[in-house]
Design a protein. Structure first.
Length: 218
C-alpha cells in the first residue's frame, strides 16, 4: 500500500543542546518528494508551533524564488518569467552569482506583505522559502536539506529566466559578463519542468546528506 506523505518523511520535536527544542528529520522512503517533505513540515508545525498570525518577522528577510514558485505565482501574474519577475522580484548579478528573490518595498518589507495587518497577501502562492520557514531550531541535516531544495529550485529559475531573456534578447550580455556570469553554466536540473511533488529528495541532495537523512536510529 502506498504510504501517505507524512509516513515518507518523519519530522519530530527534539531538544538541541544550548538552543532548546526544535525539529529533527528522517526520510523513510526513497520515493519521498519535496512535496512530502513540505507536508511533513506542515503537520509538524500545526502540532508544535504557535500560529504565525500577527507576526511578520521573517517577511523582511531575503526570500529567494524557485522555478516551481514561478509556476504557482503565474496563476495570478500573467506573462513569461521576464514579465512576472519584473513585477515581483529583484534580480542581482554579482561575483559570478545570480540571485532572484522577492522584491522589497522601500521600508525593506516583502512586496507581498500587508504591514498594517502583518499578513501575507499572497499566502496561497507564497514561495517554498516562506512555506518551509520556521522559527524553531533544527538539525544541520534539516537545514542542509532545505538549502539544497531552495538552491536547486533557484538555479532552475535562473536557467529559465536566462532562456526567456535570450529568446526575447532582453538582457544586455555586457552586463552579464561584467558580473562574471557564464550563462552556459546554467542548464536544466532535477527541478526544471517539474512540480515539487515530482522532485525526489534523493535526486536533489548530495549522497552524503541522503545517507544522513535516511539513517535509522537518530
Ligand atoms: S515563522 Fe516565525 S518570524 Fe516568521 S511569521 Fe512565523 S512566528 Fe513570525
Ligand atoms: S511571500 Fe508572504 S510569507 Fe513570504 S516573505 Fe512575502 S509576505 Fe512574507
Amino acid at each position: 500500500m502506498e504510504k501517505n506523505k507524512t509516513e515518507k518523511v518523519k519530522i519530530w520535536l527534539q531538544e538541541f543542546p544550548q538552543v532548546g527544542f526544535g525539529y529533527e528529520i528522517r526520510v523513510d522512503d526513497p520515493t519521498a518528494t519535496v512535496a512530502d517533505y513540505m507536508a511533513a513540515l506542515d503537520e509538524f508545525q500545526q502540532l508544535n508551533q504557535e500560529n504565525c498570525a500577527g507576526c511578520s518577522g521573517c517577511c523582511w528577510e531575503r526570500a529567494p524564488l524557485t522555478l516551481p514558485d514561478l509556476a504557482k505565482i503565474s496563476q495570478k501574474f500573467a506573462g513569461d518569467s521576464i514579465d512576472i519577475l519584473s513585477k515581483i522580484a529583484e534580480i542581482k548579478m554579482d561575483n559570478g552569482v545570480v540571485d532572484i528573490m522577492l522584491a522589497k518595498k522601500e521600508d525593506g518589507s516583502c512586496v507581498f506583505l500587508d504591514k498594517e495587518k502583518s499578513l501575507c497577501t499572497q499566502y496561497a502562492i507564497r514561495p517554498i522559502v516562506c512555506h518551509t520557514h520556521t522559527c524553531l531550531p533544527h538539525s544541520a541535516k534539516a537545514y542542509s536539506l532545505r538549502s539544497a531544495i531552495i538552491n536547486a529550485g533557484e538555479d532552475a529559475l535562473v536557467t529559465r529566466w536566462f532562456d526567456d531573456c535570450q529568446k526575447r534578447e532582453a538582457l544586455p550580455l555586457q552586463y552579464v559578463n561584467e558580473a562574471g556570469i557564464r550563462i552556459a553554466d546554467y542548464v536544466p536540473n532535477v527541478v526544471s519542468g517539474k512540480e515539487w511533488d515530482q522532485v525526489l529528495l534523493v535526486d536533489i541532495v548530495p549522497p552524503i546528506l541522503w545517507q544522513s537523512l535516511t539513517k535509522k536510529g537518530d
